[in-house]
Design a protein around this ligand. Sequence first.
Ligand code: PLP
Length: 386
Amino acid sequence: MRTAVQNLEASKIREVANAGLGRDNVLAFWFGEGDEVTPESVRRAAIESIERGETFYAHNLGLPELREAIAAYASALHGPVHASRIAVTSGGVSALMLAVQALVDAGDEVVAVTPVWPNLTAQPAILGAQVRCVPLQPQDGAWQLDLQALLNAITPTTRLLIVNAPNNPTGWTLTRAQQEAILAHCRRTGTWILADEVYERLYYEDSATGCAPSFLDIAAPEDRLVVAHSFSKSFLMTGWRLGWLVMPPALVDAMGKLIEFNTSCTSVFTQRAGLAALAQAEEITPRVVAHLRRCRDTLLPLLAAVPGVQVQSPPGGMYAFFRLAGFDDSLQVAKRLVAEAGLGLAPGNAFAPEAQGWLRWCFASREPARLEEGVRRLRAWLVAQG
Ligand code: PLP
């Protein structure tokens, strides 16, 4: 087995979930998904596609009509994006892996802003790249970018910058000014940017489009920029494995070949579901976001009032990332909370070694009362610790 593969760490989030799965009465908030099923009309589109017999291999880069629909959706949010720059992928995970495969050689230097969802640093590591992390700085429960530290870390030898904003787990988002500075710097150094914007619509601040600032708003089509997207979060479609990426024209042919050798294509009936989702995007997504906002506004004040908890309301995403004073081993405390309080959270050090003592709580819950019960359990457990 390759050393890079041997060295892969098991997922700490999985480790906690495995300790809790099968236990009765655990309130699970460890994974990045809610408990609401995909809208009925989207499910029906897939069923009808299967019934029509759409069960064959399809285009590498995606159904032309879905690429067109994604381009129209992206253009409405960010200004003109041509369909030829879109590849349909089997989830955001696949979009990210394809981008990394296209851009990174073994031994290359990759810079990643952390804490971040572990796949984003694992994927270049699997290919043998060296990942250098630039940590966000925690300030009173919120996380801030030291822009100069990031720019200093990106040199002409840096092949790729990976940045996820709105960020999983912290909710941190990039400002437009920061994006402009990063793009200008990467143009100078010749560094590619891989922007993971799967949470772009899960944004709670004021904005004209309801979207977090995106690199697509400011970049030219030819810029060395790949943006990864997903149907999972904004359309309640985690299990479908449907995503897309936007890339410069120069990458399109190579991406088609990479998809051929990875998955060949995404199943047609899944893509039909994607088309149905996009046709109703402005009904589904605002409803999802309004509900998530209610969940966030239910959980955050309750959590912030727990003695020892340091947290701030996240501007984006679907997670509360919080520090628990007096508990420095995130994995151990997450496992104890499962076993002793029936509360399932993700350990902070899954996202960055420096986030020891932090925990991530996914607040996407159909019943906000589950969030209230979760906080009650956390409080009771803390009281029992004395
Ligand atoms: N990027 C980030 C930051 C995520 O948190 C996730 C899922 O949790 C993904 C990408 C991938 O999503 P999917 O593969 O379900 O599209």
